[in-house]
Design a protein around this ligand. Structure first.
Ligand code: GLV
Ligand code: GLV
Length: 328
């Protein structure tokens, strides 16, 4: 069985070629921008599979408009943009691209850890603005990395990859999460309650998926538990942090700084955040390497093709929808 596939934005190879080799028809949006929910609703009808992006709001109305569509394959590890419960109810499969972006995202978390503590971004601004007065004993001092405690919120693959890199920096490791992580335990990490992690860490790095439970997990109260010398790193999802509260804490010196790759209302950011010199601000680049995006494209295509061929997709996030799809 072949089928019709919609790709919601121009993406790197190999997905377009792989899918074209199997499907009867591939429609790829030619506009390099996110589609609005209205545009998605207008365009999703009549396809067997939709390959979508993390910014596509695949809500109930889009899923209903997609009619007989069998799968929404998100080209991302996160799938908070999709109403998975509604998809499952409608018997629509949802897939993601785990694993292939773990190392790139961990690398970027480390770029932020080093950049914010050692003042890489504001130092670069000093040079470009011609403000470098010459070496000074008190000039642009930052925080230490080596030997400082790293707290990982969430015990998943990306947290583990960040922890592996921390071994070279001789950092004591703690993590929080509902489950023990044998991989983190093997690196010498200690599982603690979130409050203890916030109070005891010099770097707090977020690695939880965005759910109702993790929305504003890091709020004013949580930020208030952090040491004034500590740094917050977010490469997960913006809404995990109350961004307005973070701006207040950055401005009042409640924490030393923040390294952010994600924002509550991307592409916008909270009022005042851009003025915080103690924040390093990146435009959602966690998985943005040529090789990683190509791997994500391939995995998304493999999920689409499996469904078109009547096989269970390798990265199914709602197995109940698959059981529902079985005859009898
Ligand atoms: C990136 O943010 C992803 O979820 O893949
Ligand atoms: C995502 O890949 C995670 O488990 O952190």
């Amino acid at each position: 069985m072949a089928g019709r596939v919609l790709i919601t934005r121009p993406i790197p190879e190999p997905a377009p070629t792989l899918i074209a080799g199997v499907a009867d028809r591939v429609v790829a949006s030619s506009e390099d921008r996110p589609l609005s929910v209205e545009e998605l609703r207008d365009r999703v009808g009549g396809f067997d599979a939709v390959l979508c992006m993390l910014h596509d709001p695949v809500d109930a109305s889009v899923l209903v408009a997609a009619g007989g569509c069998k799968v929404f394959a998100n080209m991302a590890v996160g799938f908070n943009n999709i109403d998975v419960a509604e998809a499952t109810r409608l018997g629509i499969l949802v897939t993601n691209t785990p694993g292939v972006l773990t190392e790139a995202t961990a690398d970027l978390a480390w770029a932020l850890i080093l950049a914010v503590s050692r003042r890489v971004a504001d130092g670069d601004r000093e040079m470009r603005a011609g403000r470098f007065p010459g070496w000074g004993p008190n000039y642009m001092l930052g925080g230490d990395v080596t030997g400082r405690t790293l707290g990982l919120v969430g015990p998943g693959r990306i947290a583990t990859a960040v922890a592996e890199r921390a071994v070279g920096f001789k950092m004591p490791l703690v993590y929080s999460g509902r489950r023990e992580s044998p991989a983190l335990d093997a690196l010498g990490a200690r599982r603690v309650e979130l409050d203890a992690l916030l109070a005891g860490s010099d770097f707090v790095s977020l690695h939880v998926p965005l759910t109702a439970e993790t929305t504003h997990l890091i709020d004013a109260r949580a930020l208030g538990l952090m040491k004034p010398t500590a740094y917050l790193i977010n490469t997960a999802r913006g809404p995990v942090v109350d961004e307005a509260a973070l701006v207040r804490v950055l401005k009042s010196g409640g924490i030393a700084g923040a390294g952010l790759d994600v924002y509550e209302r991307e592409p916008a950011m909270a009022d005042g955040l851009a003025d915080c010199e103690n924040a390093v601000l990146l435009p959602h680049l966690g998985s943005a390497t040529f090789q990683t995006r190509s791997n994500m494209s391939r995995i998304a295509a493999e999920n689409v093709i499996a469904v078109l061929e009547g096989r269970r997709p390798p990265n199914l996030v709602n197995p109940d929808a698959w059981r529902g799809a079985l005859p009898g």
